[in-house]
Design a protein around this ligand. Structure first.
Ligand code: SF4
Length: 394
């Protein structure tokens, strides 16, 4: 890695001034980030991301890559909104809409608990009968029957909806849910903050300012949260940089984001494929590397294997990601939109993927406490500069 960074620091290199900033811990500007997006020097982008990841990890943890043993629960796939990029808004999907009873959610939670999960990630569509009382009951019962399970649940979009249904403020809604057992919030629903992209995609829900306000309030009441960015919906590099900088600003103010997760749109069941550009694998790796160097106040960057697939997720670890997400029993949202990745991964398989990529697998809890350092030894892999990116779709 040092050799790579030295290469990127050669004064004649077009990114050497940005590399200097990364090495000296100086904050990158919007212009810096856009120049990184304009570069096709994947080896240098990866080296910068890797450098920033190691610096952020702290002594003794430079090679740590985290995963969690968790399950996803989606209590309903009905949504009152009509975002064009989402298969939940598709009439066919609506005709197959389901809404789980509280008992059904608990049955699923117990199934996960028997397999030893430590976290339930619970998100869903906006269903008028899945109101604040419904989620309070779900949370209370999980916490009563399975007190050791961490409930990471309800995106800012769902909090916004529940608060409108119950006519309570965002803060009151968050406090009620926290008292019922909510432990943290996922980062979904951020999409791309730019108003123009959102208008074209008919995103009427939760504008950027409200999404950020709800996360800020969650941090204020003691809930840690994550943040996402959805690509492949007609955004430009400038929109992505703007999105990340708004997150960085919010983190400066309230400090409760744990992890940033770049996501890509899947198009099955949507009508947008012909009017947007699908991100290439090279674009996805750039999102990982650039988010790592730009979001200097985010502790972790996730390579979401369920979307990237296992090989690209492994490569993303060399671009600055330090988290592969979870074992994820039966993910539904990305698969409803056409993802062909597996629905779940066993712990030993997750650890093997991380070790094969040259990193130390570490099982974590939701808030990144170390649960167990794997006994697997990281493989020795060649540095990025010596690897071919021929297999990466440009
Ligand atoms: S993206 Fe979210 S709010 Fe929009 S239709 Fe899908 S589930 Fe509903």
């Amino acid at each position: 890695m040092t050799a790579l960074l030295e290469k990127s620091l050669i004064k004649s290199h077009p990114l050497s001034d940005i590399a200097d900033k990364v090495v000296s811990g100086k904050r990158l500007s919007a212009d810096d980030a856009i120049r990184l997006y304009q570069s096709d020097d994947l080896a240098t982008l990866g080296a910068l991301g890797e450098y920033a990841r190691r610096a952020k990890a702290g002594p003794g943890r430079e090679s740590y890559v985290y995963y969690i043993h968790n399950m996803h629960l989606n209590p309903t796939n009905f949504c009152a909104e009509t975002c064009r990029f989402c298969s939940y808004a598709n009439p066919d999907e609506r005709s197959r809409a389901y809404r789980w009873s509280v008992d059904k959610v608990l049955t699923e939670a117990h199934r996960g608990a028997k397999l030893g999960i430590s976290e339930i990630h619970m998100v869903g569509g906006l269903h008028p009968s899945c109101d604040l009382n419904y989620y309070e009951e779900v949370l209370r019962r999980v916490k009563t029957e399975l007190p050791h399970i961490h409930m990471k649940a309800l995106t800012a979009v769902e909090i916004d909806y529940l608060s409108r249904l119950s006519k309570l403020s965002f803060e009151e809604t968050l406090i009620r849910l926290k008292e019922a057992g909510l432990d943290s919030m996922p980062g979904g629903g951020a999409e791309i903050f730019d108003d123009g992209v959102r208008a074209r995609m008919k995103v009427k829900k939760t504008p950027a300012s409200v999404w950020l306000e709800i996360h800020g309030l969650a941090h204020k009441v003691g809930l840690k949260t994550n943040a996402t960015m959805l690509t492949g919906i007609g955004e430009s590099p400038e929109h992505k940089v703007d999105h990340m900088l708004r997150l960085r600003q919010q983190q400066d103010l309230t400090g409760g984001f744990m992890c940033f997760i770049p996501l890509k749109c899947y198009y099955e069941g949507t009508d947008i494929k012909d009017e947007v550009t699908e991100p290439s694998e090279s674009d996805l790796l750039k999102d990982v590397a650039i988010s790592r160097v730009l979001l200097d106040n985010f502790p972790h960057i996730k390579a979401y294997w369920i979307q990237l697939g296992q090989e690209l997720a492994q490569l993303a670890l060399s671009f600055g990601a330090d988290d592969l997400d979870g074992t994820i029993m039966e993910e539904k949202i990305t698969h409803a939109a056409g993802a062909k990745t597996p629905l779940q991964m066993a712990k030993d398989q997750m650890e093997r993927l991380i070790a094969e990529a040259g990193y130390q697998p570490v099982e974590r809890d939701t808030v990144y406490n170390v649960v167990r350092v794997s006994s697997l030894t990281p493989a020795v892999v060649p540095p990025l500069a010596e690897r071919s990116f021929a297999a990466v779709r440009p």
